[in-house]
Write a protein that binds this ligand. Structure first.
Ligand SMILES: Nc1ncnc2c1ncn2[C@@H]1O[C@H](COP(=O)(O)OP(=O)(O)OP(=O)(O)O)[C@@H](O)[C@H]1O
Ligand SMILES: [Mg+2]
Length: 160
């Protein structure tokens, strides 16, 4: 099954991220795909809000990954690891670079979200959720969630 949702504005994308966060738990891996400016970081901002983590989720320019610790005051219990593998695509051995990332947070204990990670980071977990965002001519976004292994299908049903 694939879930497809239309997101007219960036606020809708943030809200959808908050809703999706409701079915996430430690150990989850999300692979965000879609062209430049599609809204991958915007969706991750919604995830961060929904997970109740500290710090602003931004597009990392000089860092490849950032760890956002849970904020108990905002109901947070699990860290969000936000990675952007865009620049790793040019590396001779991107997989080695990913392995070398000292994330200071393990995938098992965090929700890990990777932009541009397709073909690079699938091995970080047994299963993952593929999230594809596309931009239509009228500037609205369409997000497609595709479960890859694990119990993602069941959880997407719960998402409604
Ligand atoms: N419906 C929408 N959903 C998400 N972003 C939108 C939407 N409508 C307009 N935008 C704008 O599009 C931009 C999306 O930028 P964002 O950094 O999230 O994209 P990205 O996919 O992470 O890009 P990159 O590949 O460069 O990392 C933002 O400026 C946002 O305000
Ligand atoms: Mg981005």
């Amino acid at each position: 099954m694939t879930v497809r949702v239309t997101l007219p504005t960036v606020d809708d994308t943030h809200a959808f991220g908050r809703r999706l966060a409701g079915v996430l738990r430690a150990g989850d891996l999300l692979l965000l795909t879609g062209p430049l400016g599609a809204g991958k970081t915007a969706l991750t901002q919604g995830l961060g809000a929904g997970l109740g983590v500290r710090g602003d989720v931004t597009s990392p320019t000089f860092v490849i990954a950032r760890v956002h610790r849970p904020d108990p005051a905002r109901g947070g219990t699990v860290a969000l690891v936000h990675a952007d593998a865009y620049r790793l695509g040019d590396a001779t051995d991107p997989r080695a670079e990913i392995d070398d990332l000292d994330l200071d947070a393990s995938v098992d204990d965090s929700v890990t979200v990777v932009e541009w990670g397709e073909g690079l980071v699938e091995q970080l977990a047994d299963a993952h959720l593929r999230v594809r965002i596309d931009r239509r001519d009228d500037d609205t976004r369409v997000v497609e969630l595709e479960p890859v292994g694990g119990d993602w299908s069941r959880r997407l049903t719960a998402l409604g």
